[in-house]
Ligand binder design. Structure first.
Ligand SMILES: NC(=O)c1ccc[n+]([C@@H]2O[C@H](COP(=O)([O-])OP(=O)(O)OC[C@H]3O[C@@H](n4cnc5c(N)ncnc54)[C@H](OP(=O)(O)O)[C@@H]3O)[C@@H](O)[C@H]2O)c1
Length: 286
């Protein structure tokens, strides 16, 4: 059983779900924060790239590296500044925790691939097409070079409850107003609860190397909007197709975001969740 786990980036959505899961399993969770008002003995202050406070912390059995600047705007406007956090500081944090004999798990992304093929295997060479994906791939390379004691979990989109986009869609559809949804931008979503269990299981066995998790199929935002309209009994014609390119969004829209989950299934018994079921759960609670 995990005795003590350090989470770097403890206010994040995934970190919060993992902290709940690990605490329920009996682990002591130390989760860093950069929000001064939240600092406490179990919520030490850490704002990357300053690693000073990390050197004074006991990571215990394992360290989950969850902090990241993910906003496409931030990555686009200040790639070097973001790199100091997402690449340099995260790699250095991994080294500090490994030196303390803690098992390190880094959260990566499907965006280390270009999205041209469904379910790429974990050993496929990375081929990112976004700066965010390139930075994640670089951290992966550096962590792999460290050898033992390090794991990488590539994950597809974790779908939060009450997603503002879906709330707004619901409001408009119920008011009989049209909505526009991307036809070429897709997600293969997983729930935060499922993801927390996967992360807990990898940490519990001190799993090393690359792991991958995603929903079983890609769904476009247009399909998801259609699912919502059907659930609300709204006129399906209110859901209008559009594309990210039409809306002037610069980030690439990979056709596929699924990942091969073979290793998680074989070694830890996790099957790919049904993407439609994950979406329906979230829509039901809107
Ligand atoms: N969610 C997904 O669908 C998804 C998919 C693929 C990969 N991932 C990866 O999974 C990890 C967690 O994702 P998430 O969705 O939980 O992200 P999130 O909610 O945005 O959390 C990221 C956390 O990092 C913290 N952070 C940002 N810059 C920091 C800095 N300079 N120093 C210290 N902390 C900093 C943020 O602090 P504040 O809260 O104070 O801003 C935030 O709590 C990330 O590495 C992300 O790239 C997530």
């Amino acid at each position: 059983m995990l005795r003590r786990v350090l989470i770097v980036g403890g206010d994040g959505k995934i970190a919060t779900a993992v902290a709940h899961h690990l605490a329920a399993e009996g682990a002591e969770v130390i989760a860093t924060t950069r929000r001064r008002e939240r600092v406490s003995p179990t919520r030490p202050f850490l704002e990357l790239p300053d690693l000073g406070p990390l050197r004074d912390l006991d990571p215990g059995d394992a360290c989950l590296l969850s902090a990241s600047v993910a906003s496409p705007e931030a990555v686009r406007h200040d790639p070097e500044g973001v790199r100091r956090v997402n690449v340099e500081a995260i790699t250095a944090a991994a080294e500090i925790c490994r030196a303390r004999r803690a098992h390190v798990l880094f959260l990566s992304t499907n965006q280390v691939f270009d999205g041209t093929v469904p379910r790429p295997p974990a050993d496929r060479p990375t081929c990112p097409v976004s700066e965010y994906g390139r930075q994640k791939a670089e951290v992966e390379d550096r962590l792999r070079a460290m050898g033992q004691g390090v794991a990488i979990l590539r994950l597809a989109r974790a779908l939060e409850r009450g997603l503002p986009l879906f709330v707004e869609w619901k409001r408009r559809l119920l008011a009989g107003e049209p909505i526009e949804a991307f036809t070429e931008r897709t997600i293969a979503p997983i729930s935060y609860e499922f993801l927390a269990k996967v992360i807990g299981a990898i940490l519990a066995v001190r799993g090393e190397g690359v792991w991958q998790v995603s929903g079983n199929q890609d769904l476009s935002y247009f399909e998801i909007a259609g699912m919502l309209a059907a659930r609300l009994g709204a006129d399906p014609a209110l859901v209008r197709p559009t594309t990210a390119a039409e809306k002037g969004l610069l980030e690439p829209s990979p056709a596929h975001t699924t990942l091969d989950m073979g290793r998680l299934t074989t070694c830890l018994g996790f099957q790919a969740p049904f993407s439609r079921a994950v979406v329906e759960d979230v829509l039901e609670e809107l």
